[in-house]
Design a protein around this ligand. Structure first.
Ligand SMILES: *[C@@H]1O[C@H](CO)[C@@H](O)[C@H](O)[C@H]1NC(C)=O
Ligand SMILES: *[C@@H]1O[C@H](CO)[C@@H](O)[C@H](O)[C@H]1NC(C)=O
Ligand SMILES: *[C@@H]1O[C@H](CO)[C@@H](O)[C@H](O)[C@H]1NC(C)=O
Ligand SMILES: *[C@@H]1O[C@H](CO)[C@@H](O)[C@H](O)[C@H]1NC(C)=O
Length: 450
């Protein structure tokens, strides 16, 4: 432990000298200092890179500011209860402290410093901080970084603090929160490089759509699948988000149409809430869904979505939700989804089932419960399973679907150790929401958790 600490201190002072020297001319955004596997654009001025192993996580923030940079792990997206670091570079000197926020005020310095600065640099308009910590520091003023969704918070200011205690307010715009899967991103960006045999890609993209200056817009395009000639399996899909539109494109859904459309509608472009008559109510079968923060999705290795047979859909509706809070009128967007298809068919066809109950004010996950069950009844014959993790139950769902929608006599899948009964007419579906972090919460107020 001592050794680790010492090495980091040396790295800190060594790295600082090399990277400093802002002369005002180097206004290019700095490159990340290593090939980080994971990357998120938190806002137009704030990029986050990270890598992790079984015990540690390394973050690098590249932020367009000459003031301070804040980064933290929050219980709920707010400041209260957050584990925060704040760092800056001033007169060639790096300042960096592990802190804890008890409320919406300047976070105090932790008694135990468990985030370690690896590098700090100010070049041109940018400030870079590279830091490492243990996934679980065992400090009551830090938050363990666990699998599942982590709410990160970030801030930055144009000004350097006067001292550790006097940190200027970042303002209401230079801050934010994002939900990230830090330790189990759905797929690493790197896996795009995987080489497959017999794989083709098909893009469903918007076509230079001029996003209106409204804070929210839902826009659709109609597509017709080219003749594939034979059965294919969709084995992967990924977002294709136009560069610079990372915050604009909020979610994308691909719906299949339950029957053929008039070919004159192919290429049609319209607002989701005013669909033309020939499309309305026909193209509502969710096939694929992506939302901001998500990356590519690979189907389990024995599962793929069928396309190309006479029973499969040919017409599709791409729905994109644009989030444009500044009501800019200059966005022209061509984002969408890329599908990877193969003729090397897998054992099972995947189907989609939508679970849940209609949102209504009474359906909430109550605060301070370690576990909560929500139930909904399906009318179509679907076998549902009960499990503690939503992600897992979605996988199990996939496995069960084939059994139900294929032959009733097919045996249950033993690997999941579930009893997938043959298609009862009505099924109760159950999801359990678990709060794995509950045990380490330190007397949170009800408000914070809610
Ligand atoms: C990142 O990887 C590329 C290609 O593998 C390599 O050329 C480059 O030197 C690497 N950069 C760093 C900072 O390691
Ligand atoms: C995990 O990462 C930390 C920080 O980079 C490093 O000190 C440690 O040796 C790594 N552990 C393993 C098993 O590679
Ligand atoms: C979008 O506009 C650009 C620039 O005018 C053009 O090169 C591109 O082909 C257009 N894309 C589509 C899908 O129409
Ligand atoms: C955008 O907002 C204007 C004014 O509120 C409204 O008239 C228009 O229909 C909206 N356009 C879209 C595409 O939502």
């Amino acid at each position: 432990m001592y050794l680790f600490y010492t090495v980091l201190i040396i790295a800190t002072s060594g790295a600082l000298g090399r990277n400093l020297g802002s002369d005002g001319s180097a206004n290019e955004k700095p490159e990340p200092s290593e090939n980080f596997t994971y990357h998120e654009v938190l806002d137009d001025n704030y990029e986050l890179f990270w890598n992790f192993n079984d015990t540690h996580i390394i973050f690098e923030t590249i932020v367009k500011t000459n003031g301070y940079v804040g980064f933290g792990i929050s219980p709920n997206g707010g400041m209260a209860g957050s584990d925060i670091v704040i760092g800056w570079v001033k007169d060639q000197q790096a300042y960096f402290k592990d802190r804890y926020a008890s409320g919406n005020t300047v976070p105090g310095v932790d008694a135990s410093q468990d985030w370690f600065l690896l590098n700090a640099a100010e070049t041109g308009d940018y400030t870079v901080l590279k830091m490492v910590r243990k996934l679980d520091t065992c400090d009551g003023q830090d938050r363990a970084i666990l699998k599942g969704t982590t709410r990160v918070i970030y801030s930055y200011s144009t000004d350097d603090p006067v001292s550790d205690a006097v940190i200027p307010y970042h303002g209401s715009s230079n801050r934010g929160t994002k939900s990230l899967l830090l330790l189990d991103p759905p797929n690493s960006e790197k896996s795009v490089e995987t080489k497959w045999e017999n794989v083709i890609t098909i893009d469903f993209l918007s076509k230079n759509y001029s996003v209106p200056g409204n804070s929210t817009t839902y826009h659709d395009y109609i597509f017709k699948l080219p003749d594939l000639g034979q059965k294919h399996h969709v084995i992967r899909f990924e977002p294709v988000v136009q560069k610079g539109h990372e915050l604009l494109v909020h979610h994308i859904l691909l719906y299949s149409c339950s029957r053929p459309l008039d070919d004159s509608l192919v290429g049609a472009s319209f607002e989701t809430h005013s669909k033309p008559a020939g499309v309305n109510d026909i193209c509502e079968d969710t096939m694929l869904a992506w939302a901001i923060g998500g990356t590519a999705y690979d189907f389990p290795p024995h599962v793929g979505q069928s396309l190309g047979t006479p029973q499969d859909p040919v017409y599709f509706r791409l729905e994109t939700h644009y989030n444009n809070p500044d009501m800019r009128t200059d966005f022209v967007d061509s984002s969408g989804l890329r599908l990877y298809l193969t003729t090397d068919l897998r054992k099972y066809d995947a189907q989609v089932v939508e679970v849940g109950v209609s949102p209504e004010p009474n359906h909430i996950i109550p605060p301070l419960e370690s576990s909560f069950l929500t139930q909904g009844a399906t009318v179509s014959p679907v076998v549902l399973t009960r499990h503690s993790k939503i992600k897992r139950s979605m996988y199990l769902l996939c496995s069960c679907m084939r059994i139900c929608w294929g032959s009733n006599s097919e045996p249950a899948i033993s690997e999941t150790a579930l009893s997938c009964q043959p298609c009862p007419r009505t099924t109760i579906m159950t999801l359990t929401f678990n709060r794995p972090e509950m045990s380490v919460q330190k007397s949170p107020s009800r408000r914070e958790i809610a």
